[in-house]
Design a protein around this ligand. Structure first.
Ligand SMILES: Nc1ncnc2c1ncn2[C@@H]1O[C@H](COP(=O)(O)OP(=O)(O)OP(=O)(O)O)[C@@H](O)[C@H]1O
Length: 610
């Protein structure tokens, strides 16, 4: 009960976001609209009374009550007309602020492990207040609905005064059944809501299949594998899972409607008959009877309202609370931002680092020790699943080690603070992001914190071998890299990789001192790859480079090659030294060289190693 009141007060507190003028306007609208029904009753009574009095004389005597009645009606219409625009404006401001808060929350979570959890994704979906179906409500809608409850309370109180002025017993006879009627309606309404919400996962899954059918990217598979009919069937199955319980609730409610009708009609008929009889017998005037009947009807209208607006709005606020608790930076990642003291490249060390992904039991890194010296180009190799990308995710602070630590210049990167640390590193992930922005913006996003430096963009593009690609674009650097945008084009996989490489090189040109590349050339042809590496080695300056690649022909030019296996470094040295040592690396290199000479792909898989 206490928490229900607290939730209602929270909804009301949100109204501050609307600003004083808008909020005051909405409050006035609600207050005045709440007074209109009883005022109509009174005006009607006065008009009738006067018309009866002057029946034989001039109608001009009824002008004042007629004007009053017309005024009340006009006011009612005017208030009705401004209600939706005002409520919409207030709601939009509250929801805008709420959504920005949720987005900020997700963006300021320094690690990504929480974002990968299904529970967090579900909460984001609920908290972001972006309704996708009629059951979803926003905090703004909840706040406006809560304020509207006051308007209904005003109607109820003022109508009750009119009723009580006639006879006190009309209050329990009309108000109590109206209250019961409201509770029954609300209970039914919430049953619908819960039946739908309980299966909202099915709505999500149906939506995923639907999106797959209409999206251009999945559309390729859907067509080539003839999945269209199959995907439609899946979508329909989920829709049935979603709707069947809702229809069952609806059928049950239709059958039990007589209860609501009885609650409403029996006392209302008794009360209205009593009032009408008194008027017919001349005990009370017809005018007074009209006022009472009108106020009685207003009482029932006062008990309307949409409970789902408030329930949905509160659910969204609660989801945001739970999200905040889950995404709140941990003690390590929320360490105060350290000063970015050392401007040049510093040694980076993994010290006894152990890591297991949340929710799994396999130790991906197990006591890993590795040093990346300033200015060094270190290549990390290993079989699929050896933990190479995981190492990079830890290095960039997207996950925290379970044990051990990673230091830069002797300082734990957690103590440096994620923002300061990430300014020093530039990372290209395997699953890089293709932003639907212009070519220049796609490169300059390598360092969004500084104003775009067009010269640095061009130089980074040259080093990544991107210049010729950009020259062929219809609008050069300003061409949007997305077919879905007007004038936009799509690039090939290799060309996109060059864009992303340029993005990382741009970061280095604008201050990053550690360049991390996870398979940056997997899509490049041999010649482009060779040129890119030549330029990378020549232009990396004093930055250190960590490079992951399955192509051993590429990594042989690295200063040092590190082989990862069983979650730790098992071999380390130059290509020549490792080949001479005749260990695992030498074995992998021999297989790859053999495959390459025979014209196959030069990657190797685990089962090819004995
Ligand atoms: N987000 C994740 N949650 C749980 N397990 C994960 C996650 N990402 C990777 N793994 C697991 O961690 C292990 C190491 O994965 P990782 O991507 O680091 O390997 P890799 O050496 O980069 O492989 P590849 O050469 O195929 O890219 C794998 O067993 C993988 O299934």
């Amino acid at each position: 009960m206490k928490s229900a009141v607290r939730d209602r007060l929270r909804l009301l507190a949100l109204l501050r976001a609307a600003g004083p003028v808008l909020l005051a306007s909405l409050c006035c609208q609600i207050l005045l609209a709440g007074l209109v029904p009883p005022a109509t009753a009174v005006a009607l009574a006065q008009l009738l009374g006067r018309v009866q009095e002057v029946r034989a004389g001039s109608l001009a005597a009824a002008a004042v009550p007629l004007l009053f009645f017309a005024g009340v009606l006009l006011l009612g219409h005017g208030l009705e007309a401004v209600r939706d625009p005002l409520a919409y404006a207030v709601q939009a401001r509250i929801d805008g602020r709420h959504r920005a808060g949720v987005a900020r929350l997700a963006a300021t979570s320094h690690t990504i492990d929480a974002l990968e959890r299904p529970e967090v994704q579900r909460l984001i979906r609920l908290a972001r207040a972006d309704p996708e179906n009629w059951t979803e409500r926003t905090p703004g809608a909840g706040a406006v609905a809560q304020l509207a409850e006051f308007g209904r309370a005003v109607t109820l109180l003022s109508s009750s005064v009119v009723l009580a002025a006639y006879a006190w017993w009309l209050i329990p006879l009309l108000v109590l059944p109206a209250l019961l009627y409201q509770q029954l309606n609300r209970r039914d309404s919430m049953r619908w809501y819960r039946a739908w919400r309980g299966n909202s996962g099915a709505a999500l899954r149906a939506g995923l299949w639907y999106d797959a059918i209409v999206s251009p990217s999945e559309g390729k598979d859907i067509r080539l594998f003839g999945l269209g009919g199959w995907a439609l069937d899946r979508s329909e199955e989920h829709i049935h899972t979603l709707y069947d319980p809702v229809f069952a609730v609806a059928r049950h409610q239709l059958r039990s409607q007589w209860r609501q009708l009885a609650v409403l009609l029996v006392p209302m008929t008794v009360a209205f008959l009593a009032v009408s009889l008194a008027a017919a017998r001349g005990q009370r005037s017809l005018a007074v009877a009209m006022a009472v009947l009108s106020a009685g009807a207003a009482v029932y209208r006062a008990f309307g309202g949409e409970p789902r607006d408030m329930t949905g709005g509160i659910a969204s606020l609660h989801a945001a609370d739970r999200l905040r608790a889950l995404l709140e930076p941990s003690a390590r990642t929320s360490a105060p931002e350290g000063t970015d003291a050392a401007p040049g490249a510093v040694p980076v060390r993994f010290e006894e680092v152990g890591f297991t992904y949340p929710g799994t039991s396999r130790q991906v890194l197990d006591g890993l020790d590795l040093e990346i010296r300033p200015g060094e180009l270190v290549a990390i190799v290993g079989l699929n699943g050896a933990g190479k990308s995981t190492l990079i995710k830890l290095l960039s602070g997207l996950y925290e080690p379970d044990r051990g630590r990673i230091t830069a210049g002797g300082v734990d990167i957690a103590a440096l603070g994620p923002v300061a640390w990430r300014r020093r590193i530039a990372v290209v992930f395997q699953d890089f992001v293709r932003y639907h922005l212009s070519a220049a913006e796609n490169v300059a996003l390598g360092n969004a914190a500084v104003p775009v430096d067009r010269a640095a963009v061009r130089e980074a593009a040259r080093d990544a071998g991107l210049t010729k690609v950009v020259e062929r674009l219809p609008d050069g650097w300003d061409t949007p890299l997305a077919r879905t945008r007007t004038g936009g084009v799509d690039l090939s996989g290799g060309q996109w990789q060059q864009v992303v490489l340029a993005r990382a090189l741009y970061a280095v040109r604008t201050g990053a001192r550690l360049l991390v590349l996870d398979e940056p050339t997997a899509h490049l042809d041999v010649r482009t790859e060779f040129e890119v590496f030549e330029r990378l080695a020549a232009h990396k300056g004093d930055a250190s480079v960590v490079l992951i690649s399955h192509r051993l022909s590429t990594v042989r030019r690295a200063d040092r090659i590190v082989l990862l296996e069983g979650g730790r470094v098992v071999e380390s040295g130059t290509h020549e030294r490792l080949v001479a040592a005749g260990g695992r690396y030498a074995e992998m290199f021999a297989i790859q060289a053999d495959r390459f000479n025979r014209g196959y792909d030069d990657r190797i898989e685990e089962d090819e190693l004995i």
